[in-house]
Design a protein around this ligand. Structure first.
Ligand code: DX5
Length: 223
């Protein structure tokens, strides 16, 4: 498990629930609320049954904040636009293991382009699908919902998969989907240190800053 190291708990917003008509201001508000990075949910209507935004939209938001951007590529054929995501200011590109034929080549290409490489696993995909490429991964994302929409229920049966991955991999493990006040502790206790949240951040009646602080405290207490 040498080579990679993990960072402390990070709270990562998904911008899916944000106001798309003013995404730049929304990024600035997230940074002001204390998030550690921002995840862009890139959907192509093919790999998942939903459609969001391309590199130009993300690039236009880069100047509004300085927190790191990661592109969660829920697309068929992510190899096509890898350099455009790097040019848009994403320091980490997350490719789904199910979306490419040559995962080893794609992860290596992401690093060649100067970005960090991550791999995502759909709920039905076992850890075994990526054990032979963990040396090329700067992080691994375990989906805790079936990708495509926000506001879905957390799949707690993913926690044994997070524990299995944590036993094999010392790097950053991210979880995404249904993360909120009642679910974040389970994911953090299983070994995840990057926690993506969408609706739980935007629906907190006490606002974004309270939501970030609350989720961080719960995760840190459980980790
Ligand atoms: C789903 C996305 C998630 C989603 C999270 O495919 O990858 O990032 O937006 O939203 P919540 O936290 O509402 O489940």
């Amino acid at each position: 498990m040498g080579g990679v190291s993990r960072s402390p708990i990070q709270i990562v917003p998904s911008v899916l629930p944000a106001d798309f008509s003013r995404l730049g201001e929304e990024c600035a508000a997230l940074e002001a609320a204390g998030v550690d990075r921002i995840q862009w949910d890139v959907m192509d209507g093919v790999f998942v049954p939903n459609l969001t935004f391309g590199p130009d939209v993300v690039g236009a938001c880069r100047r509004w904040c300085s927190v790191p951007f990661e592109a969660h590529l829920m697309v068929a054929g992510p190899d096509l636009l890898l350099s455009q995501w790097v040019d848009a200011g994403c320091e980490l590109l997350i490719v789904h293991a199910e979306s490419v034929v040559h995962l080893h080549r794609t992860l290596a290409r992401v690093r060649e382009l100067g970005a960090r490489a991550g791999v995502a696993l759909n709920p039905s995909t076992p850890v075994a699908a990526v054990t032979s490429v963990l040396d090329l991964c700067d992080m691994v994302l375990v989906m805790t919902v079936n990708p495509g929409f926000g506001g879905q229920a957390y799949i707690s049966t993913m926690e044994p998969k997070i524990r299995e991955l944590r036993s094999l991999y010392d790097g950053d493990i991210e979880v995404d989907g249904g993360i909120g006040p009642s679910t974040i502790a389970g994911a953090a206790a299983a070994g995840a240190n990057w926690l993506v949240a969408g609706s739980a951040l935007y629906r907190d009646p006490d606002g974004l800053e309270h939501a970030v602080k609350d989720l961080r405290a719960r995760a840190e207490a459980a980790a």
